[in-house]
Each structure stands twice: as structure tokens, then as C-alpha cells.
Design a protein around this ligand. Sequence first.
Ligand SMILES: NC(=O)c1ccc[n+]([C@@H]2O[C@H](COP(=O)([O-])OP(=O)(O)OC[C@H]3O[C@@H](n4cnc5c(N)ncnc54)[C@H](O)[C@@H]3O)[C@@H](O)[C@H]2O)c1
Length: 354
Amino acid sequence: METWVLSSHDIAKVVAAAGRDALMGRIIDRLAEGFAQIGRGERDLSPPRGGFERAEPVPGVFEWMPHRDAGDSITLKTVGYSPANPRRFALPTIIGTVARYDDHTGALTALMDGVLLTAMRTGAASAVASRLLARPGSRTLGLIGAGAQAVTQLHALSLVFELERVLVWDAEAAHRDSFARRAAFTKIPVQIADPARIIAECDIVTTATSVPAGAGPVLPDGPHREHLHINAVGADLVGKTELPLALLTRAFVSADHPEQARREGECQQLAGHRTAPGLTRLAAEPALARPWRERLSVFDSTGFAFEDALAMEVFLQTAAEHGLGRRLPIEHHPADALDPYALQPLPAGAPAAR
Ligand SMILES: NC(=O)c1ccc[n+]([C@@H]2O[C@H](COP(=O)([O-])OP(=O)(O)OC[C@H]3O[C@@H](n4cnc5c(N)ncnc54)[C@H](O)[C@@H]3O)[C@@H](O)[C@H]2O)c1
């Protein structure tokens, strides 16, 4: 059995063939339905992720994120969070790969990039949460942190709200200055604004920063619209949070993965406080979320592998529709299952193995 591989070139062709908006729209729909299935008890939540933390020479985290659909497949994302990457290596902060295995045999059935997939499914998760918890007529989006995730946060939210402008802030001047160029495809006017103005003027705010653990908040507490909804995306490590505690304690805080969020998300700050039903429950029962569309709400997004599994499905289906990707014999499946040396024939001219 061969592995279906989507290279970075295939990913580019998938995006070109389907179109950014259609692809993101499909991921949003798939996540909305998948979250509701978990909320109704029809599918399982992924186990919390594990990882290695590295301090020096390049601080960051390397994580493994598993999800099992019993009887069908296991999806495993391996992902590095290395916030020095853009500056030191001209690489994204988040780099990952997603692998899918057959649940019956353990064989590797598909393999693809996790960089674009992560950014798109994280934007899509915020779109699903915001559609549940933000005021439907929201027009102004604020972004704190103008890095890679900010682009897909704006993209996904622009597909579910009629956004008229986006106010953006980043600690690095070069990142806030280049955001308008990176977001130009959305055609939504971008203005640079400081965090106090963002919280005061926006209907929806996304925080997606690489602020170090213990160095938050990135958004001040201050006057805001009564119906403000915040997608807190960047708190996904032990000790790392982005929002002020006073704001969190006033808000309806719904987490994507409550257990993981208590360990790594904004919910770390809420130990001992009552938290709201999780996003999967709200997706299954939107009536629970409806009253909060006119009040302060927070989506505590830490990200989990079920989202990656669903986004991978969308990429693979789109690739199949357009005949993209390659089948490669990555694993050795010997002709005699009991003889590991029953190797595939060598290409002509290759030296014989001993
Ligand atoms: N919840 C999820 O599912 C999920 C998924 C992917 C990434 N993330 C998290 O989102 C965050 C952003 O990821 P990214 O890929 O956009 O990284 P990135 O490096 O591309 O962008 C992060 C930006 O934050 C800015 N920043 C750092 N400290 C700041 C501060 N105090 N105020 C304002 N801006 C500040 C940086 O200058 C940078 O531009 C990371 O913490 C990442 O782990 C979460």
C-alpha cells in the first residue's frame, strides 16, 4: 500500500484550483459540523497534546497532536512553535506535518504539510466560534499580533461577517506595516491602531501573538463595546496568556478543548472560576450561545488534532477532485509479511544489498 503525499507544490495547486475562499469555506463548514458531532457525543474529542519544551539555543516547543476516529483513521500532527524562526531563519513560527494512518493496520495512508493547514483551520475555528458568540452585524475586527495566524483569522472571519475595516497592532513595526499587503486579497481596509483603540472600537478582536509566557496581557482592560467577542488564539503554552484577568472574569469564556485550555489556554487564569460550556457543546446547541452575542464573550482557542484531521480531509478531497498529489511507497510492506528482508526489487543498476 502506498502513501498519498501532498507536497508543498500540490498544496499550492489545491489552493489555486479550489480558490482560497472556497477552501476556507469548506474548512469552516467541516469544523462547524465536526464540533457539533462531538457536542452531541457522536465523535470523540482528541486527547490533549504532548510536547518537548526547548529553552536555548532556539526557544520554542515541539508538539505531537493525535486524533483517532475509531475503525477509520488516526491523524497525527507534529508541530514546532519557534517564535524566533521568522527573524533568524526566514521560516514560519509554526511548522508542522500531518500524517494519517489506517486505524486497522497502522499503515501510513497520507502525509501533507501542516503550515497552511494549521493557519487555515485555526482561522476557521475562530470563524465558527465567532458565528456562535459574536453579534451577527459585527463590522470591525481588531487583530493583536499581525503574524501568520492573523492573515487567516481575518480571512476566515471575513467570510462569515461583512467586515468593513480591520484595526491591527503588533509589537514589531515591520509586521504591523506589512499586514495590509498580506491581507490585501480580502479587500478589507486595514488601519494600524494601538491596543487601547482596538478594544474600544472593535466588535470582534483576535489575539494571536508570540508574547512570551508571563509577559502578557497583550490587550489592556478598558472601555469596550458591550457585545465584544474575543478569539484568544495565542495562549497555547503553560504560563502563556494574552488577556487581562479582570476582563476574563467578566466574560463568558468558552474553550475549544476545556481540559487542554485549563493547562495551556486563557483558562489557566480561571482556576477556581466557573467556565462556560465548551465550543463543541455550543456548536451542538447554539441556543446556549445566543444570549452572549450581545455580551462580552471569549473563545479560548488552544487548537486540537480533530481540527487538523478535518482540515486534512478537506485538502485530500480537494486534491482528489483535481487529481493532485502522488502515491509514494514510503513504508516497506514486504511481499512475505513474516520476512522483513523480502524487499522490493532494487532499481536496475543499484548495488545489491548485503
Ligand atoms: N489556538 C490555535 O489553534 C493556534 C494555532 C496556531 C498558532 N497558535 C498560536 O498563535 C500565536 C501566533 O502564531 P503565528 O503563527 O501568527 O506567529 P507569528 O510569529 O507569525 O506572529 C506572532 C506575532 O506576534 C507579535 N507579538 C509578539 N508579542 C506581542 C505583543 N506583546 N503584542 C503584540 N504583538 C506581539 C510578533 O511580533 C509576531 O508578529 C502563537 O502563540 C501560536 O502558538 C495558536
